[in-house]
Design a protein around this ligand. Structure first.
Ligand code: S6P
Ligand code: ZN
Length: 191
């Protein structure tokens, strides 16, 4: 039987939401990332002073979660740090282990940290005119290492799913920290 046709569509890339139009907006504030930054004391201090900045926003055009579809999402990570650790996304494995993903840099400069279930770590730069392929089986976190917002487009199987729990449990084996004004990738002492 023929599958029903989905109407083709386009989005405009750029502007304050990264893509337009979008269907779903997600906002991640410092309080949502309490379990993810390595220096939890600094996070607690900021939150107790009433500081709860937005760390990143995601603007999604999701499709039905079935394998023949691809979803689009723009992520905007604001510039900032918790102590010496740059702002980042939570990071996740895809629940569907064979789901890969492509990121395309639109604005700013960042690093994508990738880590396999067996602990192998890779990192690549993301910036305008760079596309990064994230193979199946690698958890991925994006870090804004610049002084302006980092914007990138993600294209991924709509049924990929997100597993955040494993990242909270084990942490990434590497951290991206500022040292003498520059980003460095170092071992995570708490992982
Ligand atoms: C989805 C894709 C991105 C992230 C977004 C936020 O597979 O990788 O759209 O969801 O960058 O990151 P996170 O780790 O909070 O989902
Ligand atoms: Zn993903």
């Amino acid at each position: 039987m023929l599958k029903p046709l989905i109407e083709p569509f386009s989005v405009v890339i750029g502007g304050p939401t990264g893509i337009k139009p979008y269907k779903v907006k997600l906002v991640r504030r410092l309080s949502d990332l309490q379990d993810f930054f390595y220096n939890k004391k600094i996070v607690e201090e900021k939150l107790s002073k009433g500081e709860n900045p937005t760390v990143y926003e995601v603007y999604e055009v999701p499709q039905k979660p079935v394998s023949r579809h691809l979803s689009l999402a723009a992520t905007i990570i604001f510039p900032g740090k918790v102590g010496d650790e740059y702002y980042f996304t939570k990071g996740h494995f895809h629940e569907k282990e064979d789901a890969s993903e492509v990121y395309i840099g639109l604005e700013g400069e960042g690093i994508i940290l990738m880590q396999s279930r067996s602990g192998e770590v890779r990192h690549l730069k993301i910036e305008p005119n760079v596309a990064v392929y994230i193979p199946p089986g690698f958890a991925h976190r994006t870090i804004n290492v610049g002084s302006s917002k980092l914007v990138f487009l993600a294209i991924y199987p709509s049924d990929a799913g997100h597993d955040y729990g494993s990242i909270v449990e084990t942490g990434f084996a590497k951290l991206v920290l500022e040292r003498e004004g520059r980003p460095v990738v170092v071992d995570n002492p708490t992982a």
